[in-house]
Design a protein around this ligand. Structure first.
Ligand code: HEC
Length: 137
């Protein structure tokens, strides 16, 4: 009897831990340029920040046209998990990358760039780590 209770408790604890890890995906992103707190887990931005939304699509279409594996453009391979969430925020806030300065990002509007940033931020490395989540309240 008490053995069953122990098993049940273990199952509950493990399930609870898994749920909290899944929920740790960042839900809010501070966009430094616009000083907007973007809510990523609701409504339109929830969709657009996924691989199938505008953010994910534009990343594939534009950024990955150069940053694919073994490309001949001299661009390092990049995918969402190449950086942590805050690292991606810096890439878009500071725009120090050569491609950001030489006009390669030019086909994207400011709005598109925000969506791409949202997508990368939300799907970045360690986004399932509860200690690395939202960048604004
Ligand atoms: C026309 C090709 C091209 C496109 C399009 C492009 N890049 Fe780049 N990018 C490059 C090249 C080439 C480099 C390496 C430059 C160097 O050697 O310093 C680079 C460097 C970078 C770096 C710095 C390297 C690193 O690992 O931190 C980042 C970040 C980056 N790109 C992100 C992006 C993002 C995000 C997009 C889409 C919005 C994008 N790039 C679109 C060609 C491109």
């Amino acid at each position: 009897m008490s053995k069953n209770i122990i098993i049940l408790c273990t199952v509950c604890i493990v399930t609870g831990m898994m749920a909290s890890v899944i929920q740790a995906r960042p839900a809010k992103r501070l966009d430094e340029r616009t000083q907007m707190c973007r809510i990523l887990n609701e409504g339109k931005l929830d969709w657009e920040s996924e691989p199938w939304g505008r953010g994910g699509q534009k990343f594939q279409e534009v950024c990955k046209s150069c940053h694919s594996r073994n490309n001949d453009k001299g661009a390092p391979f990049l995918h969402a998990e190449s950086k942590m969430s805050n690292g991606w925020n810096r890439v878009f806030a500071k725009r120090r990358a050569q491609c950001a300065k030489d006009g390669s990002w030019g086909v994207l509007s400011e709005e598109d760039l925000q969506f791409v940033n949202d997508y990368l931020f939300r799907n970045a490395a360690w986004t399932y780590d509860p200690y690395d989540a939202d960048s604004c309240g």
